[in-house]
Design a protein around this ligand. Structure first.
Ligand SMILES: [Zn+2]
Length: 1096
């Protein structure tokens, strides 16, 4: 039998069995030693039954003692075993039995309540069980009768704390004024009865788990009382013995501020100032460190919601849409859509866990395998035959066997820029051949010289000077440029400089000649870029506001900086410091300037003479408003996508009037994404005009003290639940009075693309390369959408050669459907340049394939500095299922072209849409696979009989070996329902392109391979574009086209495969959100609380 006395109880057997009675061990043991188990199980059951039934004090005490020792000697498993055997119910029954007595016996009740607290702490159903047993109000009554008795009150409070884990139980206690009783037990600072005080605060905090209790407590004005308590305990507890009490007080405040009234009360009762001040003290002492984070979170959460200082949430840019009566996009519809909007690139927001993701996978086999009917009648397709000029081209030049230019004979579009370009190129080559005299040439003679070298009168019509003056750079640049010429100009130029005071047409023309001179003297020699051609091209670019100013970097050009740019490590507690400064805005109003210094919609705004000057009214520019907050701090507000009220992320603006070596803090306050690579080593990019004029025309990664966190701003109206995030960074400029540009990422304008294509066309060797640029269609704003065809010129006009040409498989590449993803354009630039190069691999690819490239699917979005949409306010990469011919013309016609290729039996071998990814590092591919989608979703569909060509994986495997930025581990081939209208999925499903991809490039850098820890630059992006082409070599064999093993050797296998499985970004060291459920405030261990209280 089992003895109840400590000394004669058979511990060992019972302990072992209890310890081993978790389900894992049980089954086996049950079979092998049935008898032992039966006896020990029944041993516990006997104990519990004794507890429930024995009326006498002595046996109850004995059982409690045994149980307590049994449980405290082991792990949590014993508790759970006991709970599973009805332990909680037994204790509750005993409690009710002894507690109901007219004069309760506390000799039994005390250990009973203590054990109940420990067991209940682990029993998630303890609240319900206590209610059923009638123990809840009984315990509250016991507490009422014992408020003066320390130990008894504590025991009741522990029980109440654990009972309150159930909402209904907590509400029951609240309704019976339990909160008032308990709150009255929390005194001001004292060194006595700390255990009881702690127990009271914990119980109070536990009761605040329900909305009803929170409302009741807030309405009774307890926040003021709690703040007073916190202040008192915090200030008087100089020995830091009661830090835990302060902690729980903060936890109570956190719970009370879940509701609006709570946050308001916190502010009106001076909570912000109090916590700000106490937190300053906490920072001085290591012991109080644990109070800092909860205090910060509490303050952030309670900062009054402040609407953005804007007239409207709608974009400053609106565009009248065809067919819309009010000329505006349906704003509400756009808003509705936003809720579920997330990107191909983008990364479901954080709250989407993997389970949700799996649910998003397409598991309908019919949808995965069947091909939908075309979205348009067949007779519309032949229209697109014009986009395959190489198929009908007669290559007559081959007969003439001369080097006459293909472009001049076939191009139907003769642009004056072509002429200009021609003249520039010829004058440049002339200059290069006689560069000794170059520097002494004045711009006038140079222009004259260039005229001499051109042979037609048409050049006169596009005089270089008049072209460059048609679009000028911004006023601050003019000043700078003047300064630069004055500094190193000849005496004659200085004389001109003196006349500069007078603004007017003369000044204008003088300015353009100055630019010419500067270009001549300092102009960078950037491959495939022509500043003057850029000017003349940009004049034709159609923007909503009618831009008439060029951003200097786009005009002048950019060269990748010589060194590499590592991701800077995050400074410890950087977010904390920034948030402190933000809180100060509410406390030290006298320090604030709060003056608007730039407003896109109000040109009358003048900045103070000692403030920075901002400007963004140029192609790709995005900055809507700048507010000087303090002497060296500015809030920046980004412009929403045109005809729309959201999608802020991309920025690009000019800043001037700075003082060198002074840290300026910039806060972009209306970011929308819930996290950003800016928290993981990414920096914005900076371009200095002074540096450029000194021969360093580089966009460089810049900015320190960078972090990204949720802020207190909210939209002007509507979407009240929407929140914004702050991207903050600090820049110390190198030069005083410089003109600089800051951007989210390396800008790449629509005009830059056009110039690039023109220069590229001129650069190809027409004897080997067929290069043809055409217009797919006009955009909504009337900009053309270029389509480029690149393939090899046939060697001879023999039937065999022509047959080979006309049977080359097609590869279709597209990009920049999302205008904020400028990285996609840089990768595309690399692809285009490589394909046009003399590299033998490129030559081989041209001989094997016909490349059809649509480098910018969303010209209007790019031009107007938008981030996500087109002028229709829609994400174009969600329009592929049924693109509207009027509202989404580029998508409609790209898809039409694909249908056409399909109809003539020339379905592309590869389709790849270039994107940028804002949340991940590296470059990677998304593709489509039926089998992988079904496997991943855990679908029960039998995939054994399903045949799928595994070729969709080849490119990624090759890229992983040859492209340093590429990471195969980030690739996937899943078909998601939410992506069913994206290019990748539609081209795969409707056009039947097996290898249909999205290529995602990071904005930040790599966490693997030889670029590990480095931020990516334009050089690396262009390299990626070239490596993508290299990987296409692998297909040549497949297609049984021209193939040479020699060429494979040419591909450098420049780094080892990096098959390391690294997790996606680890959590940020600081909480970006503040709405988290006071996670910094973990309850203390109730066991030790109870035990130490008893021991004392
Ligand atoms: Zn994208």
């Amino acid at each position: 039998m089992i003895g109840y006395g400590r000394n004669n109880f058979t511990w060992n057997g019972s302990l072992r069995e209890l310890g081993g009675s978790c389900p894992v061990f049980c089954a086996e043991r049950r079979r092998t030693s049935m008898t032992a188990i039966t006896s020990s199980c029944s041993g516990l059951e006997v104990l519990l039954s004794t507890l429930q039934n024995a009326g006498d004090v002595e046996s109850t005490l004995n059982v409690l003692k045994v149980l307590d020792e049994l449980l405290s000697a082991g792990t949590d498993r014993r508790f759970h075993y006991m709970i599973s055997k009805g332990g909680s119910e037994a204790l509750l029954t005993a409690l009710v039995k002894f507690g109901r007595s007219f004069s309760p016996n506390y000799t039994v009740l005390l250990p009973l309540l203590q054990l109940l607290a420990k067991v209940g702490y682990r029993d998630c159903r303890i609240g319900m069980k206590a209610e059923e047993a009638g123990a809840v109000l009984l315990t509250l009554n016991l507490l009422r009768h014992n408020v003066k008795d320390d130990m008894r009150a504590a025991a009741c409070l522990w029980a109440i704390q654990v009972f309150s884990s159930s909402v209904s139980t907590a509400n029951l206690i609240g309704e019976n004024h339990g909160l008032d009783v308990i709150f009255s037990l929390i005194p001001h600072y004292t060194t006595k009865h700390l255990h009881t005080i702690k127990a009271a605060i914990h119980a109070f905090s536990a009761l605040l788990g329900t909305k009803a209790n929170v409302r009741s407590v807030v309405s009774k004005g307890y926040i003021s009382g709690l703040l007073q308590l916190y202040k008192d305990w915090h200030s008087k507890d100089t020995q830091h013995v009661a830090t835990a009490i302060c902690h729980v007080l903060l936890c109570c405040l956190h719970k009370l501020t879940h509701i609006t009234a709570g946050r308001q009360a916190f502010i009106t009762e001076g909570g912000l100032a109090l916590l700000y001040q106490t937190t300053q003290t906490c920072l001085l002492s290591k012991c109080l460190e644990s109070l800092v984070e909860p205090s910060m979170q509490l303050m952030r959460k309670c900062l009054p919601r402040t609407p953005l200082p804007l007239p409207s949430d709608l974009s400053a840019y609106t565009f009248p849409l065809p067919g819309k009566s009010n000329g505006m996009a349906d704003v509400d519809a756009a808003l509705d859509e936003s809720g579920k909007d997330s990107d191909e690139d983008d990364e479901n927001n954080q709250n989407t866990d993997s389970r949700d993701y799996d649910e998003d996978l397409e598991t309908d086999l019919n949808k995965l395998l069947s091909r939908p009917d075309p979205d348009r009648p067949k007779y519309l397709l032949p229209y697109y035959s014009f986009l395959c000029p190489e198929l009908s081209h007669d290559f007559q030049e081959l007969d003439l066997s001369s080097e006459s230019e293909e472009s001049s004979s076939s191009s139907s579009l003769l642009y004056e820029e072509d002429m200009l370009l021609h003249s520039l190129l010829s004058s440049r080559s002339r200059r290069r051949s006689s560069n000794s005299s170059t520097s002494s040439l004045s711009s006038h003679t140079d222009t004259a010289a260039s005229r001499t070298y051109t042979d037609t009168s048409q050049i006169e019509a596009c005089d270089v000077d008049s072209q460059s003056s048609a679009l000028s750079t911004s006023p601050s640049i003019r000043t700078m440029v003047r300064a630069a010429t004055d500094k190193d100009g000849s005496p004659g130029q200085r004389k001109h400089g003196q006349d500069d005071e007078v603004e007017g047409p003369e000044e204008e023309s003088h300015y353009s000649t100055t630019i010419d001179r500067l270009l001549e003297k300092h102009g960078p020699r950037i491959l495939h870029h022509e500043p003057k051609l850029y000017c003349s091209t940009a004049t034709k670019t159609k923007s909503i506001p009618g831009f008439n100013v060029l951003a200097f970097p786009d005009f002048w050009g950019h060269l990748p900086p010589p060194g590499c740019e590592p991701m800077p490590p995050r400074k410890a507690n950087i977010q904390r410091q920034k948030v402190f400064q933000d809180i100060q805005r509410f406390l030290n109003l006298a320090d604030l300037i709060n003056e608007v210094v730039f407003d896109l919609e109000d040109s009358s705004v003048e900045s103070r003479c000692d403030s920075l000057k901002f400007f963004s009214k140029f192609e790709c520019g995005n900055l809507r408003k700048a507010v000087q907050v303090r002497r060296y701090e500015y809030d920046l507000i980004l412009n929403a996508d045109a005809n729309c009220s959201q999608h802020t992320q991309w920025f690009y603006f000019e800043v001037s009037n700075m003082v060198a070596d002074t840290p300026y803090r910039f806060n972009v306050i209306n970011c929308e994404k819930s996290n950003s690579q800016f928290n993981y080593g990414m920096q914005p990019v900076l371009y200095s005009v002074k540096e450029a004029l000194e021969g360093r025309p580089h966009w460089v990664r810049a900015g320190t003290e960078i972090c990204y966190f949720r802020n207190h701003f909210c939209p002007v109206r509507g979407r009240q639940r929407a929140t914004f995030y702050t991207l903050t960074f600090t820049v110390s400029f190198k030069h005083t009075e410089d003109v600089c540009y800051l951007a989210y990422h390396y800008p790449y304008t629509y005009s830059a693309l056009q110039v690039h294509l023109k220069v590229l066309q001129q650069s190809v060797d027409p004897a080997t390369t067929y290069f043809r640029q055409q217009n797919l269609c006009g955009s909504l704003a009337g900009n053309m959408c270029p389509v480029v065809t690149i393939t090899a010129y046939p060697a001879k006009k023999a039937w065999k050669d022509m047959h080979q040409l006309r049977n080359r498989p097609c590869i279709l590449l597209t990009g920049r459907v999302h205008p904020g993803e400028s990285n996609a354009s840089w990768v595309m630039k690399g692809t285009l340049e490589f394909l046009c190069s003399n590299d033998p691999v490129a030559q081989s690819l041209r001989e094997a394939f016909i490349f059809k490239i649509i480098p910018m699917l969303n010209p209007d979005g790019v031009i107007n500095g938008m981030n996500r949409c087109d002028l229709n306010g829609k994400d174009l990469n969600r329009q592929w299922c049924k693109p509207d011919p009027i509202l989404s013309p580029t998508i409609y016609h790209t898809k039409g072209f694909l249908y056409y290729l399909n109809s003539i039996g020339r379905t592309p071998l590869i389709f790849c849409d270039y994107h940028g990814h804002s949340r991940k590092k590296n470059v990677f591919l998304y593709g489509c696979s039926v089998k992988e989608t079904l496997w991943q979703s855990g679908s029960t569909v039998d995939t054994v009989g399903l045949k799928e060509d595994p070729g969709y994986r080849t490119l990624a495997k090759i890229l992983d070996r040859i492209a340093p930025s590429f990471s195969i581990n980030s690739c996937n081939y899943l078909v998601e329902k939410s992506r069913s209208a994206t290019a990748r999925v539609v081209v795969w499903r409707e056009i039947g392109v097996l290898r249909s991809y999205t290529m995602e490039s990071t904005y930040n850098g790599c966490d693997q391979g030889i670029y590990k820890g480095l931020q990516t630059g334009t050089r690396e992006m262009q390299e990626m574009g070239a490596k993508f082409c290299h990987s296409l070599l692998s297909l040549i064999k497949d297609t049984k086209a021209v193939y040479s093993t020699r060429l494979i050797k040419h591909v450098e296998f420049d780094h080892a495969s990096h098959n390391c499985f690294e997790d996606d970004e680890p959590p940020c060291v600081e909480e970006i959100e503040y709405s988290t459920n006071c996670c910094a405030l973990k309850d203390t261990d109730l066991d030790s609380e109870v035990d130490t209280a008893i021991a004392d």
